[in-house]
Write a protein that binds this ligand. Structure first.
Ligand code: ATP
Ligand code: MN
Length: 461
């Protein structure tokens, strides 16, 4: 296999012969020298290839080369006189694998808006920003597994197609093979018993309920898979298709859950700081100033903890600052969340014990009868990054809650069985992988941290 630019850059320049393959980022020329910056995406930096016009036979090819062309270049690795790079290639020859005509190649040197780049998502990974995001995303996915695996969690795969409308976590996409056009013409209501699964089915909004069944068997589990929500909102932090990480622990209470969430975020941020150094340097300098310091401080600070009731009291003191008036019982808006983390806690904060009426049916009812053992982790700049809870493990309380919400409990008999047989306190949380990447990179729009974003009106590629 070819050596990566990353590997070549780490070699010592003792007159080694090397061959590099990649894409030309920039080309600069002086009278006798031509400099090509060749990048293969393996790391942030490219390698400079210097051609001496008088000494190489590459000249005809060289003159036709422009940004985006793919090339194979061979020569000697030598110490670089230029600043910012230890080595460069004194090129002896070159082969052009594919040109990129400057009249039509959309990625010229000038800076493009992220909106424009979204329209050419198939090429945007060739920009510094999107290549860096791809590398960080990959490393962080690995870090997620490392974190949980080293703490005795098992990776489980929960279904993507589901018949249980999970938890009212969000609007669902229906999955059906019924012929909608024929149905429309016939004017008849759809008969779902004739549908593929014999009943209505959806794309999952969360793997939690199924994860609970495994936690109540093997102790600690986590999911890490695609999740779908027909969010009809056009926000910078919601996607219709995103990747969710959902740990679930048996014999664990809300306190353990908070500790896990805090340890998890710190581990992830430390790994990013340590292993994605040059990419983070770029995000810090070019995307969001100070993002590295934010990550360092989050990784080192103790997360504050505040009850929803106290949080609302803080918000009410500053009611004038908000578009939506805060009151006990309200669902916290993004502006409230940001105020709590940025102004009240001045750092990450875990809000606990929300009113039961604004939270999902499975959350554990507290002794006050009004609140549930829920926890949301809020971080500066973003607001909610994690949502979780202790689960109701008492059969009759859970049944009562489901009745009051008019849920059809016969769909959930399997879920209730966990409370019928060997019930245990258990807890877990959900974290959108893209929110995490957004946070680490400082990217403003969540659509830019997943290769091909799906959102209202957007499903290209
Ligand atoms: P929010 O209030 O931010 O819309 P939520 O309360 O609906 O989120 P949960 O059901 O608690 O979200 O889901 C757990 C986690 O999944 C969230 O904390 C967030 O990190 C992530 N998440 C939820 N919805 C989306 C989405 N549409 N796109 C990307 N990530 C999401
Ligand atoms: Mn939530």
């Amino acid at each position: 296999m070819r050596p990566l630019v990353k590997e070549i850059l780490a070699l010592s320049p003792e007159s080694q012969e090397v061959t590099v393959q990649g894409w030309v980022k920039t080309k600069r020329e002086t009278k006798n020298l031509v400099f090509l910056d060749v990048n293969d995406g393996s790391c942030f930096a490219g390698i400079q290839c210097t051609f001496n016009r008088l000494e190489t036979e590459a000249d005809p090819a060289l003159s036709g080369i422009s940004t985006g062309a793919s090339v194979k270049i061979w020569g000697r690795l030598v110490p670089s006189p230029a600043s910012g790079q230890a080595v460069e290639i004194a090129a002896a020859g070159m082969e052009v694998l594919g040109g990129a005509p400057p009249e039509s190649y959309p990625l010229q040197k000038k800076k493009h808006s992220f909106e424009f780049l979204r329209e050419i998502a198939h090429l945007r990974a060739r920009t510094n920003t999107f290549a860096a995001i791809a590398r960080v995303r990959s490393r962080m996915a690995m870090a997620v597994h490392e974190f949980f695996q080293s703490r005795g969690f098992f990776y489980i795969n929960t279904p993507i197609i589901t018949a249980s409308d999970a938890e009212g976590a969000g609007a669902m996409f229906q999955v059906s093979t019924l012929d909608t056009e024929a149905l429309l013409k016939s004017g008849k209501a759809p008969d779902y018993t004739k549908d593929f699964f014999g009943k209505r089915a959806y794309l999952t909004v969360s793997g939690q309920l199924e994860a609970e069944t495994y936690a109540c068997a093997v102790g600690r589990v986590y999911t890490f898979g695609p999740t779908f929500r027909a969010e009809n909102s056009n926000t910078v932090r919601h996607l219709a298709e995103f990747w969710m990480i959902e740990p679930e622990m048996a014999f664990a209470r809300l306190e353990d859950n908070m500790d896990l969430a805090e340890d998890f975020l710190k581990f992830i941020f430390k790994t990013a700081l340590h292993d994605c150094e040059s990419d983070l340097k770029f995000f810090d300098e070019r995307i969001e100033h100070g993002i590295r310091d934010v990550l360092i401080s989050v990784a080192e600070s103790r997360f504050s903890r505040i009850s929803y009731t106290d949080a609302v009291r803080e918000l009410e003191k500053n009611a004038g600052a908000f578009e939506f008036k805060p009151y006990w019982g309200c669902d916290l808006q993004s502006e409230h969340e940001r105020f709590l983390t940025e102004k009240v806690a001045e750092g990450p904060v875990i809000v606990t014990d929300y009113p039961k009426d604004i939270k999902a049916f499975y959350m554990k009812l507290n002794d006050d009868g009004k609140t549930v053992g829920a926890m949301d982790v809020l971080v500066p700049r973003l607001g909610e990054i994690i949502g979780g809870s202790e689960r109701e493990n008492d059969l009759s309380r859970l049944e009562e809650r489901m009745r009051s919400l008019n849920m059809e409990s016969d769909h959930y008999e399997w879920y209730l069985d966990l409370r019928r047989y060997g019930t245990v306190p258990h807890a877990g949380f959900g974290l959108g992988f893209e929110r995490l990447i957004q946070y680490i990179t400082g990217m403003a729009n969540i659509r830019d941290v997943i290769p091909y974003p799906r959102a209202v009106g957007q499903a290209e590629f």
